[in-house]
Design a protein around this ligand. Sequence first.
Ligand code: SF4
Length: 348
Amino acid sequence: MTEPLLRTVGLTRHFRVGKLLSRQSLHAVDDVDLTIGKGEIVALVGESGSGKSTIARLLARVYKPTKGEIYFEGRPLSRLRSRKRRLAYSSDVPMVFQDPYSSINPAYRVVHGIARALRLHRGGLGRKGRRGEVERVLDAVGLVPAAAAARKFPYELSGGQRQRVGFAQALAFRPKLIIADEPVSMLDVSIRIGILNLMSELREREGVSFLYITHDVASARYIADRVLVMYAGHLVEEGPTEDVLQRPKHPYTQLLLSAVPDPRAELGVSDKTDVGEAPKVVDPKEGCRFQPRCPYAIARCETETPVLRELGTRRLVACHVAEADPQDLLDGNDAGNEQSVAGRVGRR
Ligand code: SF4
């Protein structure tokens, strides 16, 4: 990893749910430590409801953390008191949204959104400077000729072109880190690769880092230097992308990968297709949140929450049995480990 650009320590966000007399606490994100280096593309993967988008909103300062701190270039965000400094952070860390059909105002030409961002965040640019900058960012995202693209209305653009406008708006801020929250999930498969390539090019040309949030493991592999795997509000595994995806150590990462259909595999239905969903974590008890779905769970998993710990170079895994051979666990052959619950009941 390169020099850290953004870092979170114990980042936590809980939401109150239920009626006044039966209030409960939904733990969307719990105790997350993550780091994004300069010029790095980091993928945050997990199922819907795992807390990925809550992390995006925390980093974008849409939500305040319940606990924990976010450091950007070494400075804590909780100390950003003045409007000027908060605006400067928003310029440094803009967000690109999932839905290109609702993230751009349909009533205005493309130029409007970009010029508005420039007026707000880069007030020093004059009218001519703004026009030049609008064309620069449209050119950078491949909307050419830029002058013609700037005059278009959103209805004249395809989904992929609209998402490029979203990236152009983000680039207008001269960002250091772009939070891209599922930016390709609503696009046709044939268009996705163009947007992923665009992110990669922007990293090369503009030196921008990315937090790429996705549930699509294949696209994470295509673009990311490192991957972070999230389950039910916790980070459960992280490391270099190829290493994590080739040799997943956490049972949830293994399950996630086994659920990806291989278009070149033999025809037939896999017996591993039913992976369920991440649970809603309301007033959770101690213990591993993956335990109800985990074939390797041991008694300790019910009472002790696993924490991320190093397992090899730059690999972190939160699992009590990550070092053990899964088959030994299921068979109860490893003298150093308890037999898994699945092994004891003959499951799997
Ligand atoms: Fe969680 Fe235990 Fe399964 Fe590891 S073995 S993922 S700690 S339930």
